[in-house]
Design a protein around this ligand. Structure first.
Ligand code: SAM
Ligand code: DTB
Ligand code: SF4
Length: 336
């Protein structure tokens, strides 16, 4: 007996759209896995060079003691059990040394994170501007994530040469209140607008594995995809369940859920950098490769995220070499 494969639904238009419904996005997300990955790969290759995988290195320039209550975050002062003490802002020179080391290891972008609700104008903000100028002076892309921004702060960051501002929506609007109570979804959207108006690239994504449903994941992607233009980068994080945070007991995310999120983000935002972000350490090489096939084209590169561990640099350099995207300047033992 010959088996006739079921006909595929009509392929998703590769055109750039900003009018998605949550139901449409959820239907894409829930396609049979092979159809989803195949379609995402098609969209990816129609809009991007598949050999272009961005390496972004992270540094926590100001750690701990944050007044916000984000349930996932070990840096929140509300989660005393997470044991992260409040530190001062790092000196500019020390940050630039880290950036130079990241560049030498093959990073394209240097991302600096501060555990602030919002930056205060004054010497600390001026120091962040100097960090941005310094990173740009090294020939790297510069990204910062400092919490909420006023229009004039966004303008000053733009003048310093900032490439991109990271400010995540984290999840869909209906689930957001289960995770954060100290600022609203609208607050987040307002900062994203200030960043966009200043001409800085928008880096905005979220986290899977916090107890949200697939509908919440689709709803977050809808908000992002219906922004015109789309965010330039979309980080897809898997929750790193840190002891002492309210989400410490969450079960690890199924790697296939990450593949589905990367693929769906790719289909609805064809040209964005879809970054396979926190939680990559829990993935096998094969699961990461599936994410790349499904359109992920950026990773956090370097052995630390902000406060938790990331994949080893050599393992990443090997993985990238093995998929045909070698890291220049990194010498590894010959492949078997
Ligand atoms: N305070 C700033 C803010 O929240 O915008 C910047 C730093 S904050 C740590 C940046 C992002 O990291 C958060 O929006 C969240 O999406 C992600 N993040 C923080 N803790 C995480 C965790 N435990 N697992 C996965 N992602 C996390
Ligand atoms: C993003 O979406 N993920 C990064 C970056 N943007 C700033 C942060 C991940 C943090 C993971 C937990 C930690 O290391 O503290
Ligand atoms: Fe503060 Fe950002 Fe952590 Fe929320 S995610 S507690 S705003 S550092």
């Amino acid at each position: 007996m010959t088996l006739t494969p079921a006909p595929l639904p009509a392929p998703t238009s590769p055109a750039i759209r900003h009018d998605w419904t949550v139901a449409e996005i959820q239907a894409i997300h829930d396609l049979p896995l092979l159809d989803l990955v195949y379609r995402a790969a098609e969209v990816h290759r129609a809009h991007n060079d598949p050999a272009d995988i961005q390496r972004a290195s992270l540094l926590s320039i100001k750690t701990g003691g944050c007044p916000e209550d984000c349930a996932y975050c070990p840096q929140s002062a509300h989660h005393k059990g997470a044991g992260l003490a409040r530190e001062r802002l790092m000196p500019v020179e020390a940050v630039l040394q880290e950036a130079a080391a990241a560049k030498a290891a093959g990073a394209h972008r240097f991302c600096m994170g501060a555990a602030w609700r919002q930056p205060k104008d004054g010497p600390e903000f001026d120091a962040v501007l100097a960090m941005v100028r310094g990173v740009r002076g090294l020939g790297m892309e510069a990204c910062v994530t400092l919490g909420m921004l006023t229009p004039s702060q966004a303008q000053r960051l733009a003048e310093a040469g900032l490439t991109s501002y990271n400010h995540n929506l984290d999840t869909g609007p209906d689930f957001y209140g289960d995770i954060i109570s100290t600022r609203t979804y609208e607050d987040r959207l307002r900062t994203l607008e200030n960043v966009r108006d200043a001409g800085i690239g928008v880096c905005c994504g979220g986290i899977v594995g916090m107890g949200e449903g697939v509908k919440d994941r689709a709803a977050m992607l809808q908000v992002l995809a219906n922004h015109a233009p789309h965010p330039e980068s979309v980080p897809i994080n898997a929750l790193v369940a840190v002891e002492g945070t309210p989400l410490e007991g969450q079960a690890p995310v199924d790697p296939i859920d990450l593949v589905r999120m990367c693929a769906t983000a790719r289909i609805v935002m064809p040209r964005a950098r879809v970054r396979l972000s926190a939680g990559r350490r829990g993935l096998t090489r094969e699961a990461q490769i599936l994410c790349f096939l499904a359109g992920a084209n950026s990773i956090f590169y370097g052995e630390r995220l902000l406060t938790t561990a990331n994949n080893e640099t050599d393992a990443d350099a090997e993985l990238l070499r093995d998929i045909g995207v070698p890291v220049p300047g990194i010498t590894l033992a010959a492949a078997e």
